[in-house]
Design a binder for this molecule. Structure first.
Ligand code: XMP
Ligand code: MG
Length: 182
């Protein structure tokens, strides 16, 4: 177990680039949500760092809560059902909710989460993702706010993990093949 950077094939987005992108996303949210006291819903664990950065760029009142979710029963046809591993404790009835995710990949998880939030009475549900991997999409879902569109490569860092490792890398990189093929 050496340094994390030894497993990075290439750096996709540096710390500085990420910081600029987060500011620009926060600006977009400001025009849409100022005065609405939105709930920032951080989807654990991957979006912990993105959320922490994003909320510090928002200069209007908001509240923060957390959910850890996945989908089960994902067959070739069905897109599965929502599995809530950790739930938030906020009552979202009548609230404007912004789901904050690290990456939109197949879209299965979020496509199951959005209807659940609507069922709980959310006034609106928006999706803010740092990375968008369109090539892997399996369901029809689009994020309202996107940091970067990326190619179909396995990325790590800035909250994203491989086998729970690399989340603390301060930039986003592509993982070396030899790491997951060994
Ligand atoms: P969906 O349902 O959109 O779920 O497939 C997205 C979740 O899949 C994980 N994911 C990744 N994690 N590097 C990662 O570290 C990746 O390149 C990657 N692609 C997908 C991630 O947990 C995300 O929340
Ligand atoms: Mg993950």
């Amino acid at each position: 177990m050496g340094k994390l950077k030894n497993d990075v094939a290439k750096v996709l987005f540096t710390r500085e680039e990420i910081a600029e992108k987060v500011k620009s996303l926060a600006n977009q949210l400001k025009s849409a949500y100022e005065g609405k006291n939105p709930l920032i819903l951080c989807i654990l664990k991957g979006s912990l760092i993105f959320t922490a950065d994003l909320v510090r760029e928002l200069d209007f009142p908001c509240t923060i809560d957390f959910m850890q979710v996945s989908s089960y029963g994902q067959g070739a046809k069905s897109s599965g059902q929502l599995k809530v591993k950790k739930d938030m404790d906020t009552d979202i009835n009548g609230r404007d909710v912004i789901i904050v995710e690290d990456i939109l990949d197949t879209g299965v998880t979020l496509s199951n989460l959005v209807p659940e939030l609507e069922r709980r009475g959310a006034k609106s549900v928006a999706l803010c993702v740092f990375l968008n991997k369109e090539a892997r999409r399996r369901v029809d879902i689009k994020a309202d706010y996107v940091g970067y569109d990326i190619e179909n490569e396995f990325v790590i860092g800035y909250g994203l993990d491989y086998d729970e490792k690399y989340r603390n890398l301060p930039y986003i990189g592509v993982l070396k093949r030899e790491v997951y093929e060994k």
